[in-house]
Design a protein around this ligand. Structure first.
Ligand SMILES: [Zn+2]
Length: 78
């Protein structure tokens, strides 16, 4: 289940949590993010060569400082 199953926007804004823990930017401490679902099988990423290369990952981008965190599981709105 993904937050993107219900939308075709391709991104979501807001506060999110993973496994019940709220995501806080490790750089600036901000808690408002833009989340994008990104396919990991693009040519530029095949060098990873991992078994999850054909899946989506989630880029969680801090709206204040721009730091990007990657998650394999879908963040949940919090
Ligand atoms: Zn930040």
């Amino acid at each position: 289940m993904s937050i993107f199953d219900k939308t075709n926007k391709g991104y979501e804004n807001g506060s999110f949590s993973i496994s019940g823990k709220k995501i806080i930017c490790p750089f600036c401490g901000h808690d408002f993010f833009e989340v994008k679902s990104v396919l990991m099988n693009t040519p530029g990423l095949t060098f990873f060569g991992l078994d999850w290369a054909n899946r989506s990952a989630f880029a969680v981008i801090c709206t204040k400082c721009g730091k990007i965190e990657w998650f394999q599981h879908s963040p949940e709105p919090s």
